[in-house]
Design a protein around this ligand. Structure first.
Ligand SMILES: NC(=O)c1ccc[n+]([C@@H]2O[C@H](COP(=O)([O-])OP(=O)(O)OC[C@H]3O[C@@H](n4cnc5c(N)ncnc54)[C@H](O)[C@@H]3O)[C@@H](O)[C@H]2O)c1
Length: 461
């Protein structure tokens, strides 16, 4: 990606860090006409990325959509005024037409990424593909080949690289303020009800149907390690599905398989009624996660969906098999190390916590609002507010990462629309997926994985 809001000043340590952060890369001027985008998959993520065009209409415009669910497709047609001839029920109908737009956002579920990504790359669309790129190494290789051969601009939904919080951390590291990194501790607290929603009842519950949870939840956390430090050279991992299975079903729940018919529902923290109605709809939530349960977000449709659909199932009686806790240990070529923890059982939802220990200082981030920097020489602590420093108003999805990724993708196309092509970052994306596959291989085999050997095993140079 050629454009990212970054701090360009090079100021020597130990000048106070706020001076460094005043300078930002200038926003490029918008292209003569908006970049045109097709949306493949108008679900939660596809709709979110499309919304960027409302915020920056001089930069991008949605001109086509492929989506099988009528209500989602029609909503997008109406919102973006998409002409009838550019509306499709399946991406395969869209691909049969001559190229419709400069770019495509592919936001189908995980097992439907490779085929459309390869097909749209072969038609020379620039692509923003949701993460994970693919659920197998072979799939990642196929996409890499198609993107490289067609020389298109290609982005993966690694939104964490684009949050003000993580960009600020990157800037502090690059400035040399903390010296050389020696260790990173990073935690992804998934959230107890979020885990139940997505990884026990929902789309990412079963490895066979989507992928293992480290990939579906944390591939961008592992990607951050390469962004902040370096490519790991050795990986080991442990983890399991500890709790959400029939062995842990409370006896008093009896034969109940749905929350609305369960007599211990009032005392169950994972009750669907509590998640979607009491703490969701009744508190004014009509977007995620309620909008995942029902496309029409009123109490009648929601109750009906909980009663009859997958999101009302007892969490101890689902067909889930993905890990609810996993740790990943990384060693980098320079001897530094990192540890990543993914854990379901937390109050906060995806509010990551990071500590980075360097030879000259320390960083501690709360994942969204604040980054603390401590300098060993001055023995001073500074509490930095990333969104204020970057001048970002209203963060939005993934602590601002969703909007910023889309913007970076569009700006990259805008800057090079008529001649240049930027695919430099593709190898970064492929590698970071490979590290996740390696971690999972370690979890399943109990072995420490040497990345070079793993690459040889998959014939990756
Ligand atoms: N970057 C992130 O942080 C992040 C967060 C959540 C999800 N994701 C990823 O985003 C992707 C989409 O997730 P979501 O939550 O939006 O799912 P979703 O189910 O809400 O959306 C997927 C959409 O694809 C549509 N679809 C299915 N078959 C299709 C076809 N043949 N042609 C066109 N559309 C088709 C579905 O009907 C659905 O509306 C997944 O890969 C998921 O893992 C990424």
């Amino acid at each position: 990606m050629s454009w990212i809001p970054a701090f360009t000043d090079k100021i020597e340590h130990p000048i106070p860090i706020n001076n460094l952060l005043k300078s930002k890369q200038a926003t490029p001027s918008h292209p003569p006409r908006p970049i045109t985008i097709s949306i493949v998959g108008a679900g939660q993520r596809g709709s979110g990325y499309a919304y960027y065009t409302i915020l920056e209409p001089q930069w991008a415009k949605v001109v086509a959509v492929a989506e099988p669910v009528d209500i989602r497709r029609n909503r997008m047609v109406k919102l973006y005024n998409i002409p009838e001839e550019n509306v499709f029920k399946d991406w395969k109908e869209m691909i049969d037409r001559p190229k419709l737009s400069d770019a495509v956002v592919i936001a189908t579920l995980d097992d439907l990424h490779v085929e459309p990504a390869v097909a749209f790359a072969n038609k020379k669309y620039n692509i923003l593909l949701e993460k994970p790129m693919a659920i197998t190494v072979e799939g990642c290789k196929k996409i890499t080949k198609a993107v490289t051969e067609n020389k298109i601009i290609f982005a993966v939904g690694h939104v964490l690289r684009y949050t003000p919080h993580n960009i600020l951390i990157k800037s502090i590291i690059d400035s040399g303020f903390i010296g050389n990194i020696v260790n990173i501790q990073h935690m992804e607290p998934v959230g107890f009800w979020h885990f139940a929603h997505s990884y026990v009842r929902g789309n990412w519950r079963k490895e066979e149907e989507s992928c293992f949870s480290l990939m579906t939840k944390c591939c961008h956390d592992i990607d951050l390690m390469s962004y902040w430090n370096n490519s790991p050279c050795k990986i080991s991992s442990f983890g399991n599905l500890v709790y959400f299975n029939s062995k842990n079903k409370p006896k008093d729940a009896g034969d109940a398989t749905n929350c609305l018919e369960c007599k211990i529902e009032p005392t169950c923290p994972y009750s669907a009624k509590k998640i979607y109605i009491d703490n969701g709809y009744k508190k004014g939530v009509i977007s995620w996660p309620v909008s995942v349960v029902t496309d029409i977000t009123d109490i009648e449709n929601l109750t009906n969906a909980i009663k009859n659909g997958p999101y009302g199932r007892c969490v101890y009686e689902c067909d889930n098999d993905v890990a609810d806790n996993q740790i990943v240990n990384l060693e980098f070529a320079n001897g530094s190390t990192a540890n990543i923890t993914m854990i379901a059982y937390t109050e906060t939802v995806c509010k990551r916590k990071t500590k980075i220990f360097g030879t000259l200082g320390e960083i501690e981030g709360d994942g969204i609002n604040t980054v603390m920097y401590y300098n060993f020489l001055t023995r001073k602590k500074e509490l930095l507010k990333p969104s204020e420093i970057l001048g970002v108003k209203g963060l939005g999805g993934h602590a601002g990462g969703d909007l910023a990724l889309m913007r970076a993708f569009i700006y990259s196309i805008g800057e090079s629309l008529f001649d240049l092509r930027d695919i430099n970052s593709l190898h970064v994306k492929t590698d970071s997926h490979l590290f996740v596959f390696a971690a999972e291989h370690s979890r399943k085999t109990g072995k420490t994985i040497n990345i070079e050997d793993f690459k040889k095993m998959w014939e990756i140079s």
